[in-house]
Design a protein around this ligand. Structure first.
Ligand code: PMP
Length: 383
């Protein structure tokens, strides 16, 4: 009850209205070519007897040709030596950080890093220095403090999930090289959207593939599936196979899920225009919001934040937009810092210019209406 009064209660709700909330940035979740590829794969398995499931951990009977083939492909896709599958991005981050870091090690971590990165650091027991969001000078100052007891890692997302802004990966890689640290990048939201050659993300787009110690890629966003991988050197991946508890003690992903990732990767290669389109549409939305006097922070990709501050206000605005047919969700603490509750608008390649313009117009109307002193909306779901 108290949570509801503070606007912090969460409720589950089915999608309704035009999607401005999911992470299916390229609209692959309903792509007919992917459905066709899955049908063909199922038919082939029926012929060959290949199993669609692998109910065992990878080190028992859970490693199949589909796992090894996708890992090989993901390594190439990310421009790195090797890759290892995990069942989710959350597990990949926890599995990577707990395997790599211990109490003697130090992590320099951006203040807005995702909960899975925070939890990975907590579980690892390492020393943690949290620096203000994307403040390069603060990263440099933290790195200049000598740490000889163990390794130092710098931990960032490439495209931030709530502010939608981009980490200066080249500059961070330079700092790490000069000051003896390893750069770890969570490329979850940039994968599929950035990278003109392969569409593999900002690590590719900013050309730092060979300058990062590890990259986390998730499949539950632009790849419209689920699961994740860590990519990096062969030595890193071999080490994770032996030492990452989140990898060792969890069931392998079913090959069925991996076929969907393969089909999505095929689409990225076949339809580079999707990533161009989604970025254009996001720029259109940002321009529209700016014309209303709305600050979209430093967002630069498919995630456009509209910070409203107070929980009640953001829930009311989200509800009003949902009533007008737009699926826009509220994001509140602890997902974002207290006082920065917001709408997190995400854009998809399948949206039309008209739909984006209609959303801008609706936001203009809703923001212009005087706030009402109504009870806390309970139904306007969000994170
Ligand atoms: N990293 C980031 C930056 C994320 O935003 C998310 C999920 N939203 C994850 C990791 C976790 O990925 P998954 O949903 O596959 O567990």
């Amino acid at each position: 009850m108290e949570l509801r009064e503070q606007g912090l209660e969460r409720v589950l709700r089915l999608p309704a209205g035009i999607d401005f909330a999911s992470n299916d940035y390229l609209g692959l979740g309903r792509h007919p070519e992917i459905l066709g590829a899955l049908e063909a794969r199922v038919a082939a398995a029926r012929e060959s007897g290949e199993a669609w499931a692998a109910p065992a951990s990878r080190l028992l009977r859970g490693t199949t040709e589909a796992h090894l083939a996708l890992e090989k492909r993901l390594a190439l896709f990310k421009g790195q030596e090797a890759a290892l599958l995990f069942s989710s991005g959350y597990q990949a981050n926890v599995g990577l950080l707990t395997a790599l870091l211990g109490p003697n090690d130090r992590a320099i971590s951006d203040a807005q890093n995702h909960a899975s990165l925070i939890d990975g650091l907590r579980l690892s027991g390492c020393q943690k220095v949290v620096v203000p969001h994307l403040d390069l000078a603060a990263f440099a100052r933290a790195l200049e403090v000598s740490h000889t007891a163990g390794r130092t890692v710098v931990l960032v997302e490439s495209l931030y999930s709530m502010d939608g802004d981009i980490a200066p990966l080249r500059e961070l890689a330079d700092l790490c090289a000069t000051l003896g640290a390893d750069l770890i990048v969570d490329d979850a939201h940039a994968t599929g959207v950035f990278g003109d050659d392969r569409g593999s993300g900002l690590v590719e787009a900013l050309g730092v593939e060979r300058r990062v110690a590890a990259v986390v890629t998730t499949f539950g966003k632009a790849l419209a599936s689920g699961g994740a991988c860590v990519s990096g050197s062969r030595a890193l991946i071999d080490y994770l196979v032996t030492r990452s508890r989140a990898f060792l003690f969890s069931t392998a992903q079913p090959p069925f899920a991996l076929w969907a990732v393969e089909a999505a990767l095929d689409r990225l290669a076949a339809e580079p225009e999707l990533r161009v389109r989604v970025r254009q549409l996001a720029d259109r939305l940002r321009a529209g919001l700016r014309s209303l006097g709305v600050d979209t922070l430093r967002s630069a990709g498919p995630i456009v934040p509209l910070v409203l501050g107070e929980n009640r206000r953001v829930l009311q605005v989200a509800e009003a937009l949902q009533d007008r047919g737009f699926d826009v969700r509220a994001v509140r603490p602890p997902t974002v810092a207290p006082g920065t509750a917001r709408l997190r608008i995400s854009i998809h390649a399948e949206r039309t210019d008209r739909e984006v313009d209609a959303l801008v117009a609706a936001i203009g109307q809703v923001l212009a209406a005087p706030p009402v002193d109504s009870p806390m909306p309970a139904e306007a779901s969000g994170t």
